[in-house]
Unconditional design. Sequence first.
Length: 365
Amino acid sequence: MAADPKQLKLAKNVGSKGIAFGIDRVPESDRIYYGSSDFKVYEYDFGAEKPESKVFEGEGHRSYVTTVALAGKTVVSGSYDRRLVWWDAETRKQIRIVADAHKKRIRRVAASPDGKLVASVSDDMDVKVWDVATGKLKATLKEHKPMTPNNYPSMLYAVSFSYDGKWLATADKVGHIVVWDVATGKKLKTLESPVMYTWDPRQRRHSIGGIRSVSFSHDGKLLAVGGIGKIGNIDHLGGPSRIEVFEWQAGKKLHQLEDGKYKGLVEQIVFSPDGAWFIVAGGDHNGFISTYETKSGKLIKQEKAPMHVHQFTTNEAHDTVYAVGHGKVVTWEMKAAEPKPEKKPAEKKEKPVEWNVDSPMKIEW
């Protein structure tokens, strides 16, 4: 049965170990992996009889684990400590550490669909592509500038592979978007979303915002980015959540959507398999999750989340959302309503012939 975005509703809401950041999921299961503010990586199985967060074992990280990705039977995690750590997904044992994988904080990792590659992005503004089997660096892609137009350090937040593994998209703090050819490492296209960058010259001379999420549609034709619109107070993410959708190869912007009801960052975007709609989630001090029509950009359904959502993923049917955030791991469901059985028309009963045995019958010959 197909997922129905109009049926979006909270299903499970449980506590996490610390602030939960990145998430990935084991295919054909309710088992997820997430990183935490307590410097650890955890497994959590929503389908278990007695679900609990199970910690990964090893030296691991020395700071917030901001991101995780499942690549085949390997989990790769990234952290503010600049490390990438390889883990066995089944035993939860450490395989290897790549110390100083980047020069600054690692923001996000993403695994290729075939599980052979992992891409990482960092505040050093480098995009790095790694061989999962060996842990060796295959390529370093440079395009994102280290400084903002106001001469303050920039940040590189978002990375995502296309569903066929041919392309890699990255996006940074000032709204600069790049699509790369995975096989050659060549830059294919650049796009811009400058409104997602805010500069405050008065209070703290500080820049904030930026693109926090980037995602391809399943057919690879569309590219969506999420972040925040103009912010009035840099101490609070009080700007409207913002989404932009591109036909990236043509450089055409289809939608620029802002939501003033639930404010804050759009931390994640995922398209439905047929591309007819997409899900976004994020927040500021509070959280939200929303579904939109792709063609029209019309809001379908919106729900307040029990936390600021840092990242989410979906199951194969796309009718269950698994999300992590401030102190929570949760699920939402979008299961299509069971069709009501058709009412059969009542059978017309013929009235039986009544015979009056007391009345004489007249028979004519």
